[in-house]
Design a binder for this molecule. Structure first.
Ligand code: ATP
Ligand code: MG
Length: 467
């Protein structure tokens, strides 16, 4: 028998009895209990004041628990045994056409379930009273869970028009749970898709990130595309679709290829930003595409143009302009480098340069590149994978010898200035670059002695002598 296991439920049950009110576990926790998933947070609804109830439950647990109260929303929450527990009074919401903010008033449990987005999210379990532990299922949520279906409890056109974020949530839950969206609900999303424009980018991206972190992101991304939602926040992805044929020569469908790479990465990593890099690695292919009579289709510089586009996309989506952005840009920019290596003879110098450019992100870059091989020709895949293994081995050997991953020059600008009595100047830059290039080319070792000798030689060429 499936049941709610967190210790907060029993305490809430006793407190509800003492206060003579009804309390329920509701929403995601009930759904996840039936699906055998772990819930991140717990939602409890009471018929009455959620804030007063939260305070009473917290007091019953310990006088030291700190309750955060959100008066405007009528909610309160605290952390207990590593879980956020949120309390709200049952409420009734009504939307008016001219505003996205609902009019909220106190309501019954039924009112509260009516305002929830999907049948599988509208289940409740009484924590006290005669029905304690028996699930309340007004909209067939258990059956839908069984059939793996996302469906709105009420008229989907009203549900989505009231709060268009729910369209993103429908796809997000479908992708996280591996569910389908019933046709009636899906068609309503298609009809209301344009309403997504009134939702803030931050909230859209929040849901989209959950789709990217789901077991098979292509499931959710295809739903977004077919629902007509994707065009409102990531049209660049749609532009990857299709195959153009000239003189009987086609190129691969970059949309399908991209989704394949994303799924492969999502299977082996839960690094959201690596998944974003997979999603955007070929994003500039449509704008760099050319047909050449001799060599066929080319996408020259798509890695450079692509890394610039990443910045524009992040900016438009109000995503962070921080080291995460830089990381995604770097992986997009470098994503052809390892494959270029395996096609040629692998020289030490090329491997050193790759290590130098990728730094600590080299392992992620290698993962991306291996996932990028989506050829259907098993011989070709085998050859590529064998070559990648060689590159990895070489990367290890050279890293052990030369320590280039987080390279710091053995001689810095300050030492150069002091040695020759220089101020900040062009000469310092020239000498620094010469040292770096000599190390990357393997002309000298990555150590102070050899770098010092080289510095003297290079300085002499510039007519400089040590002081
Ligand atoms: P998870 O926490 O895993 O993301 P969840 O189902 O708990 O999933 P929350 O966003 O935490 O999702 O919301 C808790 C519950 O509140 C939902 O299960 C749903 O019943 C209700 N809910 C949340 N957002 C909305 C919304 N925009 N419209 C209607 N109901 C919502
Ligand atoms: Mg939740």
């Amino acid at each position: 028998m499936k049941q709610l296991t967190h210790p907060v439920y029993e305490i809430a049950s006793q407190v509800a009895d003492e206060l003579g009110i009804s309390a329920y576990a509701v929403g995601g926790v009930v759904r996840d209990m039936f699906l055998g998933r772990k819930s991140k947070d717990i939602d409890i609804v009471v018929v009455g004041s959620g804030i007063a109830f939260a305070q009473a439950v917290a007091k019953a647990i310990s006088p030291h628990i700190e309750v955060s109260v959100f008066k405007n929303f009528g909610t309160a929450r605290f952390r207990y045994e590593n879980t956020e527990v949120e309390f709200v009074g049952a409420r009734k919401e009504s939307y008016r056409a001219d505003s996205r903010k609902p009019v909220v008033e106190d309501g019954t449990l039924q009112d509260d379930l009516n305002r929830r987005d999907f049948t599988v999210n509208a289940l409740a379990i009484p924590l006290n009273g005669p029905e304690k532990g028996q699930v309340i299922d007004c909209f067939g949520g258990l059956q839908d869970m069984n059939d793996k279906l996302i469906r709105t409890p009420l008229d989907p056109d009203i549900t989505f028009s009231d709060d268009p974020l729910r369209m993103m949530r429908a796809v997000r839950f479908a992708s996280q749970l591996g569910f389908s969206i019933v046709p009636e609900t899906f068609e309503a999303i298609q009809r209301n898709a344009a309403r997504l424009e009134i939702i803030s980018k931050e909230r859209i991206v929040d849901e989209f990130n959950k789709i990217l972190l789901s077991p098979q992101p292509s499931w959710g991304i295809n739903l977004l595309k077919d629902a007509g939602l994707l065009q409102y926040f990531l049209p660049e992805l749609l532009n990857l679709q299709g195959v153009e044929v000239v003189n009987g020569r086609g190129h691969k469908d970059n949309y399908l290829h991209t989704l394949e790479v994303v799924d492969k990465i999502a299977r082996v990593s839960n690094n959201l930003w690596l998944i974003w890099a997979a999603l955007l690695h070929d994003i500039a292919k449509p704008v760099t595409k050319r047909y050449d009579e001799k060599i066929g289709w080319t996408f020259h510089s798509h890695e450079f143009v692509g890394s610039k586009m990443v910045g524009k996309i992040f900016n438009r989506l109000k995503m962070p302009a921080n080291e995460k952005l830089k990381y995604v840009q770097k992986l997009v920019l470098l994503h052809l480098r390892p494959i270029a290596l395996v096609e040629d003879i692998i020289t030490d110098s090329a491997v050193r340069r790759l290590l130098f450019d990728a730094g600590d992100d080299i392992d992620d870059l290698m993962m991306l590149c291996e996932a990028d091989v989506t050829s259907k020709n098993p011989e070709k895949v085998k050859r590529f994978m064998a070559n990648f293994a060689k590159v990895r081995k070489k990367l290890e050997d050279i890293e052990e010898k030369d320590r280039l991953r987080n390279w710091q020059p053995p001689i810095d600008g300050l030492e150069i200035m002091e040695t020759f009595g220089l101020g900040p100047s062009r000469e310092v830059g020239i000498i620094k670059t010469a040292i770096r290039e000599a190390i990357l080319d393997g002309v000298i070792g990555n150590n102070h002695d050899e770098a010092y000798q080289l510095m003297l030689t290079e300085a002499a060429k510039l007519g400089l002598q040590p002081r």
